[in-house]
Design a protein around this ligand. Structure first.
Ligand code: CUA
Length: 362
């Protein structure tokens, strides 16, 4: 029968499309993500069945009665049987949907008894991860070159936005996330973990995950947060328990080294070299690598009073940000060494050539 063949054709077409475009939600890599996926499929099929039944009755009424001899409509006031039925059936359907939904929500919100607690803070435009109770914190910055993303990408090709430091978590452990933001609202989203929480300044959202397989899991900021919203990837690296412990040890050693750096005697060359890296990572996306800026939004630092004037004023702006502008406070983001290094670098590169060195000890 031709109609049957058409049906089979459409079905296989849909099947292929699903394989190629990944049309459906993904089932993910955690217990929570799978229960969210199962809930989604349950609700989906309930809706499909209701839709098919309603349309079947509607078309049957339209076509089966189109040659009806009776031209007058039926007149009646009430039909208790029908009214009871159309109250009870939807009620049962809603209860049938509410039970698994509530069970899933309770599961998702139970962040108690975590093994690892991580504070996630959204910044324009990067993520900050702080391991609570451990002396470990760092920023996760985009490292994929912009020209590659914007110009070189051939049409239809997928690009992975890479970061310098992914969030690292241990496999099999319950990891609790405390999610907030420092400037505007962001949203931390990793589809495979089924974690998607708004990061709101002055407010803490909680979530958790327990990933069963080591690997890289990807997501991105999912709340429009300004010019670089699209370049704020989330990369989560799930390591084995041993690898995680080793990584954590390394990170702690790094933190100890930074504390040591603060009391070191710096030379101008050393500070400028360090400052240039800090500048490229933190400042150049707005003030440009050459210091020309994008006036009037992002002022040029080259030859500006910021670079040539009092060092104290310059440090004040870097540490505290600038009220009423989009210049954020870097005080909570950068170590004392990095702040003194970047201010020294900017003054050296674009201010007076005496360098006006600012050391961490100052
Ligand atoms: Cu951060 Cu969008």
């Amino acid at each position: 029968h031709p109609r049957a063949w058409m049906g089979i054709g459409l079905c296989s077409l849909f099947g292929q499309a699903q394989a190629a475009w990944d049309v459906n939600m993904r089932s993910g890599a955690t217990d929570v993500s799978r229960s969210v996926f199962d809930l989604h499929m349950t609700i989906f099929w309930i809706c499909v069945i209701i839709g098919v039944l309603v349309f079947a009755v509607m078309f049957w009424s339209m076509f089966a009665h189109r040659r009806s001899k009776r031209l007058e409509s039926a007149h009646f006031h009430e039909n208790t049987k029908v009214e009871v039925l159309w109250t009870i059936i939807p009620l049962l359907i809603l209860v049938g949907m509410a039970v698994p939904a509530t069970r899933t929500l309770i599961h998702i919100y139970d962040s108690s008894e975590s093994d690892v607690d991580i504070q996630i803070t959204g910044y324009q435009w990067k993520w900050h991860y702080k391991y609570l109770g451990e002396d470990v914190e760092f920023f996760s910055n985009l490292t994929t070159p912009r020209d590659q993303i914007n110009n070189v990408a051939p049409k239809g090709e997928h690009y992975l936005l890479e970061v310098d430091e992914p969030l690292v978590i241990p496999v099999g452990a319950k990891v609790r996330f405390l999610i907030t933001a420092a400037d505007v609202i962001h949203s931390w989203w990793v589809p495979d973990l089924a974690v998607k929480k708004d990061a709101i300044p002055g407010f803490i959202n909680e979530s958790w995950t327990r990933v069963e397989q080591p690997g890289i899991y990807r997501g991105q900021c999912t709340e429009l947060c300004g010019k670089d919203h699209g370049f704020m990837p989330v990369v989560v690296e799930v390591k084995s328990q041993e690898d995680y412990a080793a990584w954590l040890g390394e990170k702690k050693a790094e933190a100890a080294k930074i504390a040591e750096l603060t009391s070191k005697d710096w030379t101008l060359e050393e500070l400028v070299e360090r400052g240039e890296k800090v500048y490229q990572t933190n400042c150049s996306s707005c003030h440009q690598a050459n210091g020309e800026g994008l006036p009037p939004m992002f002022p040029a630092l080259k030859g500006s009073p910021i670079a040539t004037g009092e060092a104290a004023a310059h440090i004040g702006i870097v540490v505290n940000g600038k009220k009423g502008s989009s210049m954020p406070a870097f005080g909570p983001q950068l170590s004392e060494v990095d702040i003194s290094a970047v201010v020294t670098y900017e003054r050296h590169a674009w201010g007076n050539d005496t360098g006006d060195m600012v050391t961490p000890k100052d």
